[in-house]
Design a protein around this ligand. Structure first.
Ligand code: NAD
Ligand code: TYD
Length: 351
C-alpha cells in the first residue's frame, strides 16, 4: 500500500461514488471511509466494494475531536478527501445548529488533526475539501459563478459550507496546510437520498403520489451526473494546485419545472403509462424560505488546467438515473421506510 486516504462521508450519495472509484482504480491505496451513518449514510451504497482488501469502513463522528485525533494517530493518513456534511437545505432551515456542528466544527476538527499529524512533512500530504456552489448565493438571469465570485450564502446550509471553506483557506494561509477546495453544482444519479428534488420526484411518480414543486418551479439549477463529479474529485485530489479552488459544473441549466416535466415524460415511458399521466402529479407548493433563484457554474478553470469535462448530457444521465431507481426497488423502499415517512409528513404537511 503506498497511500492511506481518509474519505469522510463515504457512505453518502457523492462519497459512495468517490469511494467506489478510488477503491477500484487504485488497488495500491488503502481507502478508509469515515462516516457517522446519519439518516443520509447507507452502507448499502457500497455493497460492491465492502469486501475489497484495500477498503475499511470506520463508523464515527467528525464532531468528536478526540476520536478524530486518535484515528489520525493510528493511521497516519497521507491525504483526506472531506465530504461528510449535513447536506439538505430544507433540513438546515429546520435545524441550523446541526449544520454548524458537522459542517463547521467537524471540518475544523479534521483540519486540526491534519495540522497536528502532518506538521513534519506538509508537502507529502493533501487535504481536499468538497464544497458547493451554493456558497456563492444566487444569480440573476445572466452570469455564471467563477472561482472569484464573492461568497453570499443565504441558507443555513450554504452559510455553514461557506464558513467551512473559509476555515480551510485560513489553515492554508495561516499554517501552510496543503489544501485544495472544489465547489460543485447540483449532482444527480444513483444512491441519491429521496429528500432531494430528483430522487424524491422519481419515488413519488413511481408511487403515484403528488410531486411537490416549490413556488412556481422557476428556480434554475445546473445539474451534474454524480460520476462526473467523482472523476473531477479524483483529478483535483491528485493534480489540483494547492491553496486554490476549482468550480465544477455540468453546463446543464434547467428550470425545476422543466426538469420535472422531462422526468415525468421519461417515467411514463419507463412505466408504460399513457403520455401525460405523470405530469398530472405535479403540485405547486409553498416556496422554500430564502430560495435561491439560479445557480450556474463556469468550470473553465478546471477544464483548461486539468482537462476535465462533463461526460453526459442531462437527458442521458437522467435516463440512467431513472433506470437505476426502477431496478433498485429494495434500496428505495429501505431508505423510505421508518424515519423518512415522518420527515416527509413534517416537511410537506400544509405546504
Ligand atoms: P449526503 O447527505 O448524501 O451524505 C453525507 C454523508 O456524511 C452521509 O453518509 C452522512 O452519514 C455523513 N455524515 C454526516 N454528518 C457526519 C458526521 N458528523 N460525521 C461523520 N459523517 C457524517 O451528502 P452528499 O450529497 O453526498 O454531499 C457530500 C458533500 O458534497 C457535502 O459536503 C456537500 O456539501 C457537497 N456537495 C453536494 C452536492 C449535491 O448536489 N449533493 C453538490 C455540491 C457539493
Ligand atoms: P434540492 O434537491 O433540495 O437541492 P438544492 O436546494 O441544494 O439546490 O432542490 C433542488 C431545487 O428543487 C431547488 O430549487 C428546490 C426545489 N425543490 C422543489 O421544488 N421541491 C422539492 O420537494 C425539493 C426537495 C426541492
Amino acid at each position: 500500500m503506498n497511500k492511506k486516504l481518509l474519505v469522510t462521508g463515504g457512505a453518502g450519495f457523492i462519497g459512495s461514488h468517490v469511494v467506489r472509484r478510488l477503491v477500484n482504480k487504485y488497488p495500491d491505496y488503502h481507502i478508509f471511509n469515515l462516516d457517522k451513518l446519519t439518516y443520509a449514510g447507507n452502507l448499502a451504497n457500497l455493497k460492491d466494494v465492502e469486501s475489497k482488501p484495500n477498503y475499511t469502513f470506520v463508523k464515527g463522528d467528525i464532531v468528536d475531536a478526540d476520536f478524530i485525533n486518535a484515528l489520525f494517530s493510528e493511521h497516519r493518513f497521507d491525504g483526506v478527501i472531506h465530504l461528510a456534511a449535513e447536506s439538505h437545505v430544507d433540513r438546515s432551515i429546520t435545524n441550523p445548529l446541526e449544520f454548524v456542528m458537522t459542517n463547521v466544527i467537524g471540518t475544523v476538527n479534521l483540519l486540526n488533526a491534519a495540522k497536528k499529524y502532518w506538521a513534519e512533512a506538509y508537502s507529502e500530504h493533501r487535504f481536499y475539501h468538497v464544497s458547493t456552489d451554493e456558497v456563492y448565493g444566487s444569480l440573476g438571469e445572466i452570469g455564471l459563478f467563477t472561482e472569484e465570485t464573492k461568497y453570499d450564502p443565504h441558507s443555513p446550509y450554504s452559510a455553514s459550507k461557506a464558513s467551512s471553506d473559509h476555515f480551510v483557506r485560513a489553515y492554508h494561509d495561516t499554517f501552510g496546510l496543503p489544501v485544495v477546495i472544489s465547489n460543485c453544482s447540483n449532482n444527480y444519479g444513483p444512491f441519491h437520498f429521496p429528500e432531494k428534488l430528483l430522487p424524491l420526484a422519481i419515488h413519488n411518480i413511481k408511487n403515484n403520489k403528488p410531486v411537490p414543486v416549490y413556488g412556481k418551479g422557476e428556480n434554475i439549477r445546473d445539474w451534474l451526473f454524480v460520476e462526473d463529479h467523482a472523476v473531477a474529485i479524483d483529478l483535483i485530489f491528485h493534480t489540483g494546485k494547492l491553496g486554490t479552488t476549482y468550480n465544477i459544473g455540468g453546463n446543464n441549466e434547467w428550470k425545476n419545472i422543466d426538469i420535472i416535466r422531462l422526468l415525468c415524460q421519461l417515467m411514463d415511458k419507463k412505466l408504460n403509462r399513457p403520455a401525460g399521466n405523470s405530469e398530472k402529479l405535479i403540485t405547486f407548493v409553498k416556496d422554500r424560505a430564502g430560495h435561491d433563484l439560479r445557480y450556474a457554474i463556469d468550470s473553465s478553470k478546471l477544464q483548461n488546467e486539468l482537462g476535465w469535462k462533463p461526460s453526459l448530457r442531462l437527458e442521458e444521465g437522467l435516463e440512467r438515473t431513472v433506470d437505476w431507481y426502477l431496478s433498485n426497488d429494495q434500496w428505495l423502499s429501505n431508505v423510505t421506510s421508518g424515519a423518512y415517512q415522518q420527515y416527509y409528513e413534517t416537511q410537506y404537511d400544509g405546504r
